[in-house]
Design a protein around this ligand. Structure first.
Ligand SMILES: C=CC1=C(C)c2cc3[nH]c(cc4nc(cc5[nH]c(cc1n2)c(C)c5CCC(=O)O)C(CCC(=O)O)=C4C)c(C)c3C=C
Ligand SMILES: [Fe+2]
Ligand SMILES: [Fe+2]
Length: 344
């Protein structure tokens, strides 16, 4: 069998034009694993309300971060794909869950090169229904419908993989080397609390109050909250952070349902009010810088901090196409291709 790799990230609009943003948001938010309410309610909410208001504001935010060669998330994912391709002997393709770089096109690209054994890599360290699960479900559907003769395996969530923690910790340490910061905030993309309960395979484990997430459980294989807290804990342990000098929060909430807390914007506000003058922020739910890191954190977050009296606000870039991250992905790919079952 000929092996190949498909890297999959979230996706971006084709341009920061409100028309393209609306098209992208329409596909994204109509995903039943993103807005997980019955179809009639989702249609009403997304097409009747959100798409009439949000695209204009989102487009303005995208315009602030858009690069000459496109969306940062796409450009950085392409750089990652190119570097991984240079490091392994198997064809490596890139696709997005939403937008024009579809998973179908990515699989077709591999099949056209003779590939019939695919290693699917969702570019998310933590499992979430709205990210990893939606990729796995759609990719399997596309395989069955269009490429029934290929086999496909996927990389599991790698949030607690020691090599990943080392790469992330080294990146954080490198960016903070000359910084005199008082507090490091680990800000993860939020999800509605309901998503955590739905992903709980034991149906009784996740309590959201924090107590469950420190208790060993099979539910943690799919508990996004647990996996985020673990990344913070493992990095803090690796870098020897003192208690109180770091914390975890969740950003980017949408709508009125309760999302995972504490919220990032309120945490930045609180840190500023408490007299922290220099803070740093890292965003380990994203492997590529994107709207949520470059605008919501690096621009809006910094503004909130300054309004609260803060002085220096350091945003640590995502792993993007850094060579230690490229080398780690290449190692996982080689392990898979040489049939070592323990890919992470
Ligand atoms: C109910 C809505 C949303 C859920 C649940 C959600 C989960 C989720 N998202 C990411 C990663 C990214 N999200 C990005 C943008 C973005 N996310 C939502 C909504 C939900 N996300 C919206 C509406 C948007 C668009 C921007 C906006 O209007 O605010 C991005 C950036 C994309 C880019 O083009 O740069 C990423 C990346 C994760 C990891 C996640 C759950 C864990
Ligand atoms: Fe999102
Ligand atoms: Fe949990």
């Amino acid at each position: 069998m000929k092996k190949g790799v498909l890297l999959v990230n979230l996706g971006s609009p084709d341009s920061p034009d409100p028309k393209d943003v609306k098209k992208y948001l329409g596909e994204f938010l109509m995903d039943e694993r993103v807005i997980d309410v019955p179809l009639w309610a989702r249609t009403l909410l997304v097409k009747g309300i959100i798409l009439n208001t949000r695209p204009k504001a989102s487009a303005a935010a995208y315009k602030k971060i858009w690069w000459e060669n496109g969306s940062p998330l796409i450009v950085l994912s392409e750089q990652l794909q190119e570097r991984v391709q240079e490091s392994v002997d198997y064809p490596v393709a890139l696709a997005m869950r939403y937008g024009s770089m579809t998973i179908k096109k990515g699989l077709q690209e591999l099949v056209d090169k003779g590939v019939d054994d695919v290693f699917l890599i969702p570019l998310y360290p933590q499992f979430a229904m709205a990210t990893t699960e939606t990729i796995l479900v759609l990719a399997e559907q596309i395989r069955q419908d269009h490429f029934p003769n290929i086999t496909m395996n996927s990389l599991p969530a790698f949030y607690n993989n020691p090599d990943y923690i080392e790469v992330l910790s080294n990146s954080i340490a490198r960016h903070l080397k000359d910084k005199d910061y008082e507090h490091l905030l680990f800000s993860y993309h939020g999800v509605p609390e309901r998503h955590i309960r739905k992903s709980d395979i034991t149906k009784s484990h996740c309590k959201i109050d924090g107590s469950c997430c420190a208790t060993p459980s099979p539910a943690h294989e799919f508990c996004y909250r647990h996996q985020c807290l673990e990344v913070t804990r493992l990095v803090a342990e690796k870098l020897g952070f003192a208690p109180g000098t770091y914390s975890t929060s969740f950003q980017s909430r949408l709508g009125f349902d309760p999302w995972l807390q504490p919220y990032t914007d309120r945490t930045i506000e609180r840190l500023g009010k408490e007299g922290i003058k220099n803070m740093a922020i890292v965003t380990p739910a994203f492997v590529s810088d994107c709207l949520e890191t470059l605008e919501e954190i690096a621009m809006e977050g910094e503004e909130i901090f300054h309004e609260m009296g803060g002085k220096e606000f350091t945003t640590i870039p995502c792993l993007n196409a850094d060579m230690p991250w490229v080398n780690l992905l290449s190692k996982w790919i080689t392990n898979w291709a040489t049939s070592k079952k323990e890919t992470v």
